[in-house]
Design a protein around this ligand. Structure first.
Ligand code: FE
Length: 235
């Protein structure tokens, strides 16, 4: 039995623990990460005390990379797939090449797999052993993605986790869990919101959130309302 992937949440993820290799770091990552975090915090405190940095400014900077700059790349990929059926097929059959064609390459994006949400299937991405994440399309991973509770509970109780993110799926929707590794990083292709036919590719990209590409969010009608307001209000 694959202890990292109880199969109660849909089909097993594609990698057994023995295959789940994380190049450059061992599976005893957690204590080392905690030590590193302590060192970073100590350094930050010293620099703050000496007046070299402003922690609030650092937070803003990190937030920019986590929620704005990084995920915008993935949002471009999603919007292109929504608008261009040929690109969508390419993305689902060879995500690495399709994503590279938009100029998005680099570390932790070498082997990408795109998984498509439908009314029948919802995809959720986790790295059960550490924090493997598609940097090239999503930027920095959010803190919760690296947290032990998310990594454990996404597999054991995906519906409960999704509910905490404000995502309530119909009971008939199957949830598939994808376990990111050093070799394979996943990008969720969210469902295009109903009523978005009039939006341009750029406007659609603006609707796509980071969480919707991890599977902990949906691209919903609320966002669509905002986009429509923005368009209506445009000069
Ligand atoms: Fe990992």
């Amino acid at each position: 039995m694959n202890e990292h992937h109880p199969n109660d949440a849909g089909p097993p993820a594609q990698h057994s623990p023995t295959e789940h290799s994380h190049a450059g770091h061992s599976h005893h990552e957690a204590p080392r990460a905690a030590a590193l975090e302590l060192r970073v915090r100590a350094l930050e405190q010293q620099l703050t005390a000496k007046g070299y940095i402003d922690p609030a400014a650092l937070d803003v900077l990190i937030d920019e990379y986590q929620t704005k700059i990084g995920p915008r790349n993935g949002a471009r990929v999603v919007a292109r797939a929504w608008c261009d059926a040929e690109f969508r097929r390419w993305l689902l059959s060879d995500a690495t090449a399709a994503i590279a064609s938009l100029g998005l390459t680099g570390r932790q994006g070498e082997h990408m797999v795109a998984v498509e949400n439908t009314p029948q299937v919802h995809n959720l991405v986790v790295c059960t052993l550490c924090s493997c994440y598609p940097w090239a399309v999503l930027g920095l991973p959010p803190t919760w993605y690296k947290s032990a509770p998310y990594r454990a509970r996404a597999v054991k109780d995906p519906r409960g986790v999704l509910r905490e993110f404000g995502v309530e799926l119909p009971p008939t929707t199957q949830i598939r869990i994808w376990d990111s590794t050093a070799e394979v990083r996943y990008l969720v292709l969210p469902q295009r919101p109903a009523g978005s036919e009039h939006l341009s590719e750029a406007q659609l990209a603006a609707l796509v959130t980071r969480d919707s590409m991890i599977g902990t969010g949906l691209v919903g009608s609320t966002a669509l309302g905002d986009a429509t307001d923005a368009i209506d209000g445009a000069p």
